[in-house]
Design a binder for this molecule. Structure first.
Ligand code: GLA
Length: 381
């Protein structure tokens, strides 16, 4: 009898301490909200700070749903900024931000000539990149104010952003209701869940345009990247996919094994010349559309590792080719070419004009749902 009580007591104490430990970890997941300024039309912008038990911090604002800052520990626990951007809202409003940290929509990357047809009708979009439509047009989702709601679960904290894009906005058909939920957990995963519904047939391709530099300064040429893709979509002179799906094998686009980003970037390769470096869509290797590893980048000096997981079929790997030292960003840092890289999970550029690419059409009654995770860790020397 005594033994039985002793056992019950041990189990009870065990469960209490387990619960306490869980509560402790959860209590280190926090959300803070603060005003971050006002737009030209006097709309108040909020900044949400998500923190976890590992010392990671993500700052996200309601203007453009922009990741303003991501601070991540290195292998000895030193926490540093790993994204490019500005210190204040004004930086984003006054400068022509190259989409630092922003939500991109309705359509990530380019649509040729800003035109496409759906069910026999041609639509004309804003052309904001030469003759092409880029990243949603003149006022894409990176420049609108999102409504925010805090979300908390047992293992994560976050914010759910919502925006309703009017029928005809930037030339797109249909009223599109979009939500983007950012959450942070104690595995140092910043998860982004995108959803959208429409009242008319339309196209949609949402992503995030964060620029990373895992060293916290300098360029990204020594970072080692792996992209889980045997194929990519070559581009023409307007950086629009030609429609071909080409093997990476034997080319500087082959990142199937980890390779320094800078190792081949200046080779006289037609695709690298057209992109001014890497600015291409890789066709991810996948068996199904479950969340799976798309890319892994390691910065050996700090030991920081970034893994990108996604449900999307493609990823745009862009090496900050258009940064040219004219932007003074966080802490007065001047961003030279290759100061950061982007891994934009997506459907392929110009899919509305490429019948052989996976479809980006969304119909009334359907729900667009995609997920991308940016997971941080460290590796030893
Ligand atoms: C994307 C494009 C690039 C460039 C950047 C923003 O990644 O593919 O060509 O437009 O955005 O500067």
């Amino acid at each position: 009898m005594l033994n039985r009580w002793a056992m019950v007591l041990t189990v009870a104490i065990g469960s209490v301490s387990l619960l306490t430990a869980m509560a402790h970890a959860a209590s280190q997941l926090q959300i803070r909200k603060q005003p971050f300024g006002t737009t030209a039309s006097n709309e108040g912008i909020d900044l949400f700070t998500l923190t976890n038990a590992k010392g990671m911090e993500a700052d996200i604002m309601t203007y453009g749903g922009i990741i303003v800052s991501l601070k991540v520990p290195d292998r000895i626990g030193k926490v540093q900024e790993v994204t490019l951007g500005y210190d204040s809202l004004d930086g984003y409003l006054k400068n022509n931000s190259p989409y630092f940290g922003a939500i991109i929509g309705r359509y990530g990357n380019r649509i040729a000539q800003g035109r496409f047809s759906l069910s026999g009708r041609e639509y004309r979009l804003a052309t904001n990149n030469g003759e092409s439509h880029l990243h949603g047009g003149n006022r894409g989702f990176d420049k609108v104010v999102w409504k925010a709601e805090e979300v908390r679960s047992q293992n994560a904290v976050g914010i759910k952003l919502a925006y309703v894009s009017k029928d005809g906005e930037e030339g797109y058909p249909g009223m599109l209701s979009v939500t983007v939920t950012y959450t942070l957990n104690n595995n140092s995963e910043l998860r982004i869940d995108y959803s959208a519904t429409t009242d008319k047939e339309t196209v949609v391709n949402l992503t995030n345009h964060a620029y990373f530099n895992l060293a916290g300064s300098g360029d990204i040429l020594k970072h080692e990247a792996m992209i889980n893709a045997d194929r990519f979509t070559p581009v023409n002179a307007a950086v629009i996919p030609t429609g071909e799906i080409r093997s990476v094998s034997g080319t500087p686009m082959d990142f199937t094994k980890p390779m320094a980003i800078g190792a081949r970037i200046n080779q006289k390769d037609e695709q690298l010349i057209l992109g001014k470096g890497y600015d291409h869509n890789w066709v991810l290797n996948r068996k199904d559309n479950k969340l799976s590893l798309a890319a892994r980048v390691v910065e050996a000096a700090s030991g920081r590792v970034l893994e990108v997981l996604t449900t999307e079929p493609g990823i745009q790997f862009y090496t900050g080719n258009f940064l040219d030292g004219t932007i003074k960003g966080k802490g007065g840092r001047v961003y030279q070419q290759r100061a950061g890289f982007c891994l934009e999970t997506q459907h392929f550029p110009d899919s509305p004009n490429k019948p052989n690419f996976p479809s980006t059409v969304l119909k009334p009654g359907e729900k667009y749902v995609t997920t991308t995770v940016y997971k941080f860790s460290t590796q030893s020397k």
